[in-house]
Every structure is written in C-alpha cells, then in structure tokens.
Design a binder for this molecule. Structure first.
Ligand SMILES: [Zn+2]
Length: 150
C-alpha cells in the first residue's frame, strides 16, 4: 500500500532529484513570470496573451526574508496546531525575478542572510488521505562544517 507524493499545487514546479519551478515566458516580449502568467503579460508595455512554460533556475540569492508570524494563505495550511511560525524567503533568480517560498525544514531566519545562495528543494507540506502533498522550499547552500556566523 503506497501513496504517491504529489504537488500541493499543480503545475508550479517539477519534482525529482533536481526540482525546478515552472514559470512562463511571454511569446511576444520574452518577459518571465512566476507564478505563471495566464491571461496577460506582466510587462505593461506588452499586449501579449500567449505564454510558454519555462523551467527556472534551481538556485538564487536571498533578497529578503522574514518570520511568518501569521497564518499564511492556501496552500500553506498549518502543519501544526497551534500555528508554528516559519521562515519565508524572497529569492532573486538569475532570470531577475523574485520568488517567495518557505525555508527548508530545519532552517530558520538565523540561517539566512541577504545575498546568500539558496537552492530549490521540494518537501512535504502536509499529508492527507491521498498521500503526501509537496511544496517548493528554499534551502540555504552552506558548507556544513563551517560554523562561522557573524
Ligand atoms: Zn509580453
């Protein structure tokens, strides 16, 4: 008896050993979007309405981060009751877009610094009767043996 791990939100990221976020590229102006653009181009100067799926970089740099002290919107249903705050990072990809995500299990704001490198991982967000539901998270890229903190 096995249950499959499936994304909590369909079509936002790939799974496997090297997961990637799936964005869209405007076929008119080349503007990249994440989450995906579906109806109109985020570029105000562009009237494009067609978008091609495109996989984004697996690594980026921390642009900003915070402790989420409030209950976030779906699909971030609480993993614990009472609600346990977790760290959120806004990460700038080499493509120039900023993607918000939870920080990987076991990491918190103390592990983050602006400009530090993080990589995309896919972890279990919650488990329901159909199995595990997964979400992308940002994991700090660290030299584990290096304990140097400012
Ligand atoms: Zn466009």
């Amino acid at each position: 008896m096995s249950t499959a791990a499936t994304p909590a939100i369909e079509g936002w990221f790939t799974t496997g050993a090297e997961p990637r976020l799936i964005g869209t590229k405007c076929t008119t102006c080349g503007n990249l979007s994440f989450p995906r653009a579906t109806t109109f181009c985020p570029n105000p100067a562009c009237a494009g309405t067609e978008f091609a799926d495109t996989e984004l970089s697996r690594t980026g740099t921390v642009w900003s981060y915070t402790d989420a002290q409030y209950q976030p919107p779906a699909p971030y249903i609480p993993a614990a009751d009472p609600y346990e705050p977790f760290a959120l990072a806004a990460v700038e990809l080499p493509e120039g877009i900023v993607v918000l995500g939870q920080v990987a299990d076991g990491y918190g704001v103390d592990d983050l610094t602006v400009g530090a490198e993080v990589e995309l991982v896919v972890e279990t967000l919650y488990t329901d009767e159909t199995g595990e539901r997964t979400i992308w998270r940002w994991k700090p890229v660290t030299a584990d043996s290096e304990g140097s903190k400012a």
